[in-house]
Design a protein around this ligand. Structure first.
Ligand code: NAD
Ligand code: TDX
Length: 328
């Protein structure tokens, strides 16, 4: 199959492309923003076509979609803290960008899989048995999650109104190789590796439902192959942990004192807890995660950042300067 992967030079997209080249003829469309890099695609650079361009460029998007059998749409602005300090790029990439992709798949009758997040559902109480399901009402908290929610709504409307052949997946927090050092886990690992103190927002009671990036991507492949058009699938691997626990685990795995970190200014509107019920994906498509031991996955991720300093070191100082300006 000819696959167009938007955002394929970012964290999840690049991991997806590394595997997809074994089965598909892959074109990546990526604007190479601060979050995307050619280096993330270096292991497969001779097996793909990388087009540097913006998903809001209707002419370019139309031309690429006319030449493809399916689109996997990862491209987005993705960092909640950036969306709080400057929301506008999120409107452009996440809303106008998704609209542009939808118009092109409609014009050329091309299959679309739209990648979204569990953050569209808002947050859950701590210590409750509740988890998000496909029927949980949307209730986004941040500029990031509200623009992702808007994009999901557009996809649903284009399926219903125009018969676009699309599926949606909403996944929980990913971790693994090639994640930008602005995000929680790689930030703390690279803080330790550069002699900085790790930084925890508030008390660290907030809970995230961690999934290894390869498990997210194996679910996306299953949905692309056998998902029902018009359906939303939730992807999660039962990996709920509070941030304090994750912080202490990283420090222990890196042979540091587990209390050797700073509490910093909390995120405004900080979502308390995310948790995914992935029963439908498991039952309907027979998917299951393979990285079920979080500590093993974390250890391998720490090893990756140790071994790939040349990938992340050029990003680190600017990211930390940005955080320092916000007392984070
Ligand atoms: P990322 O920030 O690492 O990568 C995003 C990529 O999109 C970058 O390569 C960037 O250059 C590209 N991009 C941004 N704006 C673009 C534009 N206008 N045109 C073309 N390319 C553009 O993000 P990620 O963590 O890999 O997330 C990928 C997708 O998965 C996003 O849609 C995100 O909402 C979703 N998601 C992420 C997580 C997570 O934990 N990281 C969880 C659930 C869902
Ligand atoms: O330095 C930090 N210290 C800290 O305590 C950072 C960067 C974060 N945190 C906290 C905030 C969150 O509770 O850690 C948690 C995870 O933070 P992020 O890595 O920023 O992720 P989150 O806000 O949960 O959103 C992520 O998961 C869903 C991705 O960035 C989104 O793109 C995805 O949709």
């Amino acid at each position: 199959m000819r696959l167009l992967v938007t955002g394929g030079a970012g964290f999840i997209g690049a991991n997806f492309v590394h595997d997809a080249v074994c089965e598909h003829d892959v074109t990546v469309l990526d604007a190479l923003t601060y979050a995307g890099s050619r280096e993330s695609l270096a292991p497969v650079e001779n097996k793909i076509r990388l087009v540097e361009g913006d998903i809001t460029d209707a002419e370019l998007v139309g031309k690429l979609i006319a030449e493809t059998d399916a689109v996997v749409h990862f491209a987005a602005e993705t960092h909640v803290d950036n969306s709080l300090s400057g929301p506008e790029p999120f409107l452009n990439a996440n809303v106008i960008g998704t609209f542009t992709i939808l118009e092109a798949v409609r014009a050329h009758n091309v299959r679309l899989h739209h990648i979204s997040t569990d953050e569209v559902y808002g947050d859950l109480e701590l210590n409750s048995p509740q988890r998000f399901t496909e029927s949980t009402p949307y209730n986004p908290s941040s500029p990031y999650s509200s623009t992702k929610a808007a994009a999901d709504m557009l996809v649903r409307a284009w399926v219903r109104s125009y018969g676009v052949r699309a599926t949606i997946s909403n996944c929980s927090n990913n971790y693994g190789p090639y994640q930008h050092v602005e995000k929680f886990i790689p930030r703390q690992i690279t803080n330790v590796l550069t002699g900085r103190r790790p930084k925890l927002y508030g008390a660290g009671a907030n809970v995230r439902d961690w999934i290894h990036v390869s498990d997210h991507n194996s679910a996306v492949r299953r949905i692309l192959a056998d998902g029902q058009i018009g359906r939303t699938y939730l992807i999660g691997a039962g990996g709920e942990r509070d941030n304090l626990t994750v912080m202490r685990t990283i420090l222990r795995l890196m042979d540091r004192d587990p209390e050797d970190f700073d509490h910093v200014t909390d995120r405004v509107g900080h979502d308390l807890r995310y948790a995914i019920d992935a029963t439908m994906l498991r039952d309907e498509l027979g998917w299951s995660p393979t990285h079920t031991d979080f500590e093993d996955g974390l250890r391998a991720t720490i090893d990756w950042y140790r071994a790939n300093e040349s990938w992340w070191a050029p990003l680190k100082d600017a990211v930390e300067a940005g955080y320092a300006g916000r007392n984070q």
